[in-house]
Design a protein around this ligand. Structure first.
Ligand SMILES: C[S@@+](CC[C@H](N)C(=O)[O-])C[C@H]1O[C@@H](n2cnc3c(N)ncnc32)[C@H](O)[C@@H]1O
Length: 275
């Protein structure tokens, strides 16, 4: 499901200049459940189906083994109950329920109830739902390349009562007009993008000046065993960051980074988009 308000900020191709037009479908309370939208500039149509707007169509958007694992049948269904509910406790070795993580992200992104917020690589929509429940006239938008994850994100959002919108899109080419969002969040996905600098530059483009970015991710290991495991994972396309490298990536993309928060190998980075 997507909010009709989303249509004014989506730009599937750089040549698109105006709002997407809702061609028709099934709607309820300002949300499109199923249907089709058209770009007035290119005439191209895009489907809203299975709970998300698909801008990638036949393209997978995946360019690594790590990306492809998120396309496996059942990947979406299992992601939160099997992994995400305990992921930070396992990684940090201390009690780290999702509520604690979501509170840190919220403090870093500082949402306002009328703002629009983007969740980059949302998977089953943990951060998107959490942002969505705090908004009033605002909008929470989750993007991902994996249909399996987005289907599950839609299902979970419907059950939660939050009304986020989900879009199948590649974070390396964000399909939104510049300055569309008040802020953005990113849970664990910076490690998976392959080209994090490019994603951060795109994120800078779509956030308004003074807007906030909050990222959770995994740092480069500092033990020989940890480094060995990370070397193995990096062959599948996962990247791990040194704290200085992270701050430099943010700075080069046009963000003013806050001091990094670190819990063992897990980091939380907050940053403000420079004007
Ligand atoms: C580690 S999971 C994200 C977890 C999620 N943010 C959370 O907090 O539960 C990574 C997700 O990013 C998606 N992804 C990877 N590369 C992407 C890209 N270039 N654009 C959009 N999504 C991407 C994957 O499909 C996967 O669902």
């Amino acid at each position: 499901m997507i909010s009709k308000d989303l249509l004014s900020i989506v730009r599937p191709r750089p040549s698109d200049t105006g709002d997407l037009v809702y061609v028709g479908g099934i709607e309820r309370d300002g949300m499109i459940l199923d249907g089709e939208v058209r770009s007035p500039a290119t005439g191209e149509t895009y489907e809203i189906r299975d709970g998300y707007l698909d801008l990638l169509k036949a393209s997978t958007g995946a360019d690594s083994l790590a990306n492809l694992t998120n396309f496996l049948p059942g990947a979406g269904r299992g992601y939160e109950p099997l992994w995400r509910v305990r992921s930070l406790s396992l990684l940090t070795g201390e009690p780290f329920p999702n509520e604690r993580e979501l509170e840190i992200i919220k403090r870093l992104v500082r949402p306002i109830s009328s703002g629009r917020y983007l969740d980059l690589g949302c998977s089953a929509g943990l951060y998107t739902r959490s942002l969505g429940v705090n908004l009033d006239s605002g909008l929470a938008v989750g993007i991902d390349i994996s249909p399996s994850m987005l289907r599950e994100a839609g299902r979970r959002a419907r059950r939660s009562g939050a009304k986020p919108s989900f879009v199948r899109a590649n974070a390396k080419r964000l399909p939104f007009f510049g300055g569309s969002f008040r802020g953005a969040v990113c849970g664990g996905t910076l490690n998976e993008f392959g080209d994090p600098a490019r994603v951060l530059r795109e994120t800078h483009r779509v956030i308004e000046p003074g807007g906030r970015l909050a990222i959770m991710g995994i740092l480069r290991a500092d033990t020989p065993r940890g480094r060995q495991l990370q070397r193995l994972l990096s062959t599948g396309g996962i990247q791990f960051f040194h704290p200085d490298e992270l701050q430099s990536l943010l700075d080069h993309a046009g963000f003013e980074p806050d001091p990094l928060q670190m819990y063992g190998p897990v980091f939380f980075a907050g940053a403000t988009r420079r004007g």
